[in-house]
Design a protein around this ligand. Structure first.
Ligand code: SF4
Ligand code: FES
Length: 552
């Protein structure tokens, strides 16, 4: 690998990289605003400038570039010597900061970006303690530029990342630079709105607090947020996301960069699609049909009685010479599918295993920048099928239609049905088919026609509330971490399956652990991918906030 020297230390770089890319790859901090790895290079903010020497190709002697060089634009070359911490480079950084802050309102105390703002960080590192600008600042308007995004123009530093995003990634061109000099500002073209399916990404891109997420506005100071590595749980994209939460409540979802999957972006559908997790309608306590609701102060009792009811129904299957049917939702993780199917097969080795309905909406859509929105609106149809088929000894398993028609045969005395969809998913055909089954156990997150007719309802956990793995539309298997604890008394489907297995064997239930389950799964023929093909998040642990909330 070729090498260059940055601030006195030698670093290797990949051919074709710029100095800034090489520096960032090696963990060398160089301030930058307009550079973004997913966008073209414009070199307009000028804060990344460095002093550069390169060997003369003829003499081999080091020769200085005559002026400071934008490190985001200058290609790195063998033997190059770069200083971004020399007096000349630092003087430039300080000048750029002073210039950027001339018209900036410095309203950090009320700005959503405070705590994760590059302008704030660099101001702390390179800025002056006080402003020398005594004239009146230019005032710029606040603008409502789309259904999800607000623009506070006077905080903008004109890096043009947002404009380039709409030109290069979405190809929708809603944003532009209007005007010149100190009055230039970002704007939308007349008659347009920033309403493309990826619009929320401009908020992440903006290095300052100029572009703001309406949904997150004034909801939480970012230093209170904990970040947990997760995977899109509502579509088949497998987009890498970070769930940001505090005190058991999710506040926002942001993309995690992964060049192999979602690059640096997520859709607005994924960004805002988690709201059902905190829906007031969430199922939070087990219930048994025909019995009064359980006392909310006695959740253990409620679960025990519900498990007993399920267990009695499962035990009666043998005497009635009927079979068990299990419908595993594609919204569940591979681990959930494994634990549920193992339990079903322990009750009835001939149990029917089936994959729940897989919702689709429109067609896949690929943007000019290469990002694809998936029409398939379930995160793990392939993973669930893979697990169920492996446990069925390699035989194909039924889909939702096959499940419904099999129930009509009258062979089945009990059915366990799982949902966990963000909206109503039950079809009249499923309700009709389940009507011919003696006992229906529904494990779901939101009420629907199946939970209304079920003999026992057990509240499940949304994907954010548990750890597991999903296989996306391209067959990539990715692990995710638990971000928050399940709402009230809900439990992960894996835990419910392990509890039921423990109840059946009159043993203490095993606590669900994703990695233990994966190690067990990897021993099953056809599931060795759980050991050798699982992509675990690089940032596996939850990032804790560094400040505690103090009640006043
Ligand atoms: S709004 Fe943000 S991303 Fe757009 S140019 Fe201004 S600072 Fe850059
Ligand atoms: S990051 Fe290099 S000029 Fe802006």
């Amino acid at each position: 690998m070729p090498e260059l020297t940055i601030n006195g230390k030698k670093h290797s770089f990949k051919p074709g990289q710029t100095i800034l890319q090489a520096a960032l790859d090696q963990g060398v901090e160089v301030p930058h605003y307009c550079y973004h790895p997913g966008l073209s290079v414009v070199a307009n903010c000028r804060i990344c400038l460095g002093e550069v020497w390169a060997p003369n190709p003829k003499s081999g002697k080091l020769e200085a570039f005559p002026k400071l060089v934008p490190t985001c634009q200058q290609a790195a070359s063998e033997g190059m010597v770069v200083y971004t911490d020399s007096p000349k480079a630092v003087a430039n950084q300080k000048s750029v900061m002073e210039f950027l802050l001339i018209n900036h309102p410095v309203d950090c105390p009320v700005c959503d970006q405070a705590g994760e703002c590059h302008l704030q960080d660099y101001s702390y590192q390179y800025g002056r303690g006080e402003s020398r600008f005594t004239e009146a600042k230019n005032k710029q308007p606040k603008k409502d530029i789309g259904p999800n995004v607000l623009l506070y123009s006077d905080r903008c530093i004109m890096c043009t990342r947002c404009v380039r995003f709409t030109r290069e990634v979405t190809g929708t061109n809603e944003l532009m630079v209007d005007g010149r000099g100190s009055t230039e500002q970002i704007d939308i073209f007349p008659g347009m709105a920033l309403n493309n399916e990826l619009s929320g990404n401009v908020v992440d891109l903006c290095p300052v607090g100029a572009l703001l997420d309406k949904d997150f506005l004034f909801q939480q100071r970012v230093w209170f947020l904990k970040k947990t590595a997760s995977i899109d749980g509502i579509t088949a994209s497998g987009d890498n996301i970070s769930v940001e939460h505090n005190d058991g409540k999710v506040y926002r979802i942001k993309p995690r960069a992964n060049e192999a999957v979602n690059k640096w972006w997520i859709t607005d559908e994924v960004r805002y699609g988690w709201k059902f997790v905190h829906s007031d309608a969430r199922l939070a306590m087990p219930s048994i049909k025909g019995k009064p609701a359980f006392d909310p102060l006695m959740p253990m009792e409620a679960w025990r009685e519900s498990y007993a009811a399920v267990d009695a129904a499962m035990k009666s299957l043998a005497s009635s010479k009927k079979n068990l049917a299990l419908l595993v939702s594609p919204m569940l993780s591979c681990e959930d599918a494994y634990n549920l199917a193992r339990y079903a097969l322990s009750v009835d080795p001939d149990a029917m295993l089936a994959v729940g309905p897989v919702p689709f909406s429109g067609e896949d859509k690929t943007f000019p920048g290469g990002f694809t929105i998936r029409a398939e609106k379930a995160p793990n149809a392939r993973g669930v099928r893979r697990v169920l088929e492996a446990l069925a000894g390699g035989k194909p398993v039924a889909n939702a239609q096959g499940f419904e028609s099999a129930l009509a045969s009258g062979k089945y005395g009990a059915a366990i049905v799982t949902g966990n969809y963000p909206s109503d998913w039950v079809t009249p055909a499923l309700v009709k088919a389940l009507g011919s089954v003696g006992t229906v156990v529904a494990i779901d997150t939101l009420p629907n026609a199946v939970t209304a007719m079920a003999s026992v309802v057990l509240p499940g956990a949304a994907w954010i509330e548990k750890a597991g793995s999903f296989e996306n539309a391209t067959g990539r298997l990715q692990g995710f971490e638990q971000a928050i604890t399940p709402v009230e008394y809900a439990k992960s489907e894996s835990q419910i399956a392990l509890d039921l297995a423990g109840f059946r064997a009159s043993k203490h239930a095993v606590g669900y652990c994703a990695s233990t389950t994966r190690a067990e799964m990897a021993k099953v023929a056809g599931l060795d991918c759980m050991a050798n093909a699982l992509h675990a998040p690089e940032q596996a642990e939850t990032v804790e906030s560094d400040m505690q909330m103090v009640e006043l």
